[in-house]
Design a protein around this ligand. Sequence first.
Ligand code: ADP
Ligand code: MG
Length: 321
Amino acid sequence: ETIINQIAAGEVIERPASVVKELVENALDAGARRVEIATVGGGLNLIRVSDDGAGIPENELQLAIARHCTSKLSEDINDIRSLGFRGEALPSIGSVSRLTIRSRTADSDSGFEILVDGGRTGATRPAAANRGTLVEVRDLFFATPARLKFMKGERAETTAINEVVKRIAIAFPHVRFTLSGPDRATLDLNAVPDQIERIAQVFGKEFPENALELDAEREGVHLSGFVSIPSFSRANALQQFAYINGRPVRDKLIAGAIRGAYADTLARDRNAVAALFFTLDPADVDVNVHPAKADVRFREPGLVRGLIIGAIRQALAGAGI
Ligand code: ADP
Ligand code: MG
């Protein structure tokens, strides 16, 4: 079972930032209003995510790390992707690291913890804990040295973690996120009333007055959000965030369409800052192309591309640009 989990980990857990994404999503699923993230060594030495969410009851701790055991995977090992990734994250992480989950629910006055060490699960035992859940991942990939060799180094991993947290945080303005640790890049995003204020926290408080608002629709695909005026552009493309039905996605088509919209107004080496929110019938988009990579496949890519370019061009024209 450890081997199977390690194979799954190869799919779901590409790098420390993937762990952060899974743990933060779990915290949000548990209704957290505060999510604290700390990392050491670009997340390779330590990732700690604590939340004030619902917590995990004592009798469910074992389940949390054992879900979707071997039965489904052993039927067809080539079919891992089609399983999706529900219930895979914690067992996967536990198979390649030293994982501690400590939790207390609101109606329990004692907390409990469970340890998994390279796939070996210990017994559930009592532990002092605040309400909510604390997950610690130490020595990520120590159990899979081949994977460890492929890490790009501390700085790159720290940057990737920072981007993942920002990406998720934009979709949850009511939640406070902190990212800290000896790793240089840190974030402190207080809870704010709406998305534009969260975007200002992430992109800089000068963003709103340098932004154009988008609001457009084509054949059932709705696009809202904000893009920067050309003078507020950046050298890298890291400041473009897209969401489909509230879920963060990263997609070449979206990036390409943004680039196309600014073709006449931005130099090739500059990138617009953008936060785009798409709402559409879930049947018209496949967001599970790959469990970890947030790629998407639109049923009508041409329509979406046209929508993005049209909306941005119209906003630029409206501002006399
Ligand atoms: P999934 O999120 O797909 O269900 P995971 O492996 O990520 O699978 O988590 C397994 C289970 O552990 C979750 O379904 C949830 O019941 C529990 N869990 C994990 N993290 C938390 C958390 N931070 N707060 C409460 N429950 C959690
Ligand atoms: Mg999960």
